[in-house]
Design a protein around this ligand. Structure first.
Ligand SMILES: Cc1cc2nc3c(=O)[nH]c(=O)nc-3n(C[C@H](O)[C@H](O)[C@H](O)COP(=O)(O)OP(=O)(O)OC[C@H]3O[C@@H](n4cnc5c(N)ncnc54)[C@H](O)[C@@H]3O)c2cc1C
Length: 461
């Protein structure tokens, strides 16, 4: 594709055909919608189409084909990874339809965040498989797999998708399910936005009105004891248990509770989908390893599941690194403690391990571009990408992954890897998945206008 010359009037034709508004650089709405949640990523989209109907998305993609402009998509900006310089950004915030069906499924517009689905499903005793932060967009999360706080019980959230409605790169609105366009259905579950712009999704909900869960925070001096106990605890856990551990160095902010703000702590997160009586003793065991300084575990409404991780809601400048680990033997724990433990001068605000396995290790009913996950743990580091020590903070994060590299599988997950980077995508998808995605892109987006498809094509070469 040749690079188009953008002039003041480039987007007039599209603006005239949309029911939603169009925003150009220099306007407050452009700045609001083009600035991602990770505010360290620049907001340079050539224009923002704030679509209000699926027909607007069709118009935007067909315009992109005529104008030779790449088109990107965003709902909340939580997963933005690259600059959108010269690209048309389709913002889906106004695609806000949501219907929960008492029989156990929901139809969700592309602009809807998980917290709305949680609240709408709760009166029926139903639950969507959300991630650690319900503030994230449902569709963006589902296109990347979706690894949440009850994932070992129920598997990846993308496997709950019954159907997508999607505008592919050729400008056609299509339905993709196990029966209609099954190849698109395969690729949209894990392929992120590389195959088109989803306008709505239909998902199965699980019957889970409550869970037994929470988080226990311990003081810095107990880090080693807690990390070692957690690592020994994990392999014996039933699949009804999902757990993660975080070494935290949270900043001193009014939104962060005083006992854990501005200091180093270690936290154990836990969610159990079975009868609480069967697991209370095991949780008391891990809680008794040291004296918790904050938090608790108990029966909670499923709709409050976001409290388990209590991820930040306000936008922040951040950098992340992610690895999948085969195992976490004692030597790996030693290596982790040396780079991220109480005595390590790490600048990561969070160094997190999540236990995988259970349903995550099993093939889904319908094969997809992600899963089953052939690894035992995830390792995620997050640092602040602002201030004078950004380079040192990035280096600290990399040092954690280097230290654990002997136990890494070399692979990554779509929701935790920058989608604009071919090198990362080669770690996310195996060779056959990349080839299959590239073949689908060639078929459904012959001019290559979908921005997220381009790095997939580059990675497949
Ligand atoms: C605080 C935080 C916690 C998180 N926790 C988890 C977690 O526990 N588990 C997990 O799996 N992930 C997690 N993530 C990652 C998150 O799921 C992804 O970043 C997801 O892409 C966010 O979707 P979004 O729509 O909110 O973000 P956006 O930035 O709006 O979109 C991100 C990407 O999603 C795709 N996308 C969005 N909308 C569409 C659409 N309509 N059609 C096609 N593609 C689309 C595109 O590739 C887009 O670039 C977390 C992220 C954050 C910031």
């Amino acid at each position: 594709m040749t690079i188009p010359v953008l002039t003041e009037g480039t987007f007039d034709e599209l603006a005239a055909s949309l029911t939603g508004p169009m925003h150009l650089p220099g306007t407050p709405d452009h700045a609001r919608l083009a600035t991602p949640w990770n505010v360290s990523i620049p907001a340079r989209a050539a224009a923002v189409a704030e679509v209000a109907h699926a027909a607007d998305v069709v118009a935007a993609v067909r315009f992109a084909n005529r104008a030779g402009i790449a088109v990107a998509v965003r709902a909340t900006g939580h997963g933005a990874s690259g600059d959108l310089d010269g690209q048309l950004l389709v913002h889906t915030g106004r695609l806000d339809e949501l219907t929960v069906h008492a029989e156990g499924w929901a139809r969700i517009g592309a602009g809807v965040k998980w917290d709305r689905v949680l609240d709408a499903a709760a009166p029926f005793g139903l639950a969507p498989l959300v991630g650690s932060a319900p503030d994230v967009g449902a569709v963006g999360y589902l296109t990347g797999g979706g690894l949440g706080p009850v994932a070992r019980s129920y598997g990846l959230a993308s496997d709950t998708v019954r159907a997508f409605e999607v505008v592919t790169g050729d400008g056609e609105l299509r339905r993709a399910s196990a029966d209609e366009n099954p190849s698109l259905y395969w690729g949209l579950r894990g392929g992120k936005g590389s195959l088109g712009i989803v306008t709505a999704v239909e998902i199965d909900l699980v019957r889970q009105p409550t869970i037994y869960g929470g988080a226990l925070f311990f003081a810095a001096e107990d880090t080693e004891r807690v990390v070692r106990a957690w690592a020994e605890w994990c392999p014996g856990l039933d699949r009804r248990a999902t757990t993660s551990l975080a070494i935290n160095r949270l900043p001193e902010l009014p939104t962060i509770p005083a006992p854990i703000a501005g200091k180093q702590t270690v936290s154990v997160r836990f969610a159990w989908t079975g009868d609480p009586a069967e697991v209370e003793q095991a949780v008391a065991g891990i809680a008794g390893v040291a004296t918790p300084i904050f938090g608790g575990v108990g029966v909670m409404p499923y709709a409050a599941i976001g409290m388990i991780h209590s991820d930040p809601v306000d936008p922040m400048p951040s950098h992340e690194e992610f690895s999948l680990l085969r195992a976490l033997p004692g030597e790996a724990v030693d290596a982790l403690l040396a780079v991220a433990g109480a005595d390590a001068p790490s600048r990561q605000i969070i160094t997190e391990l999540r236990l995988l396995g259970g349903a995550l290790a099993e093939p889904a009913v319908h094969e997809s571009a992600v899963g089953p996950i052939d690894a035992a743990y995830t390792l995620l580091t997050v640092g602040i990408a602002a201030g004078p020590e950004v380079a040192e903070s990035i280096a600290d994060g990399q040092a954690v992954h280097a230290a654990l590299n002997p136990w890494a599988t070399g692979r990554q997950l779509p929701n935790f890897a920058p989608a604009d980077d071919a090198a990362h995508l080669r770690r996310v998808y195996g060779e056959s998945t990349l080839t299959r995605l590239a073949t689908l892109i060639a078929a459904f987006d012959p001019r290559g206008v979908i921005a997220a498809g381009r790095p997939v094509l580059a990675a497949a070469e």
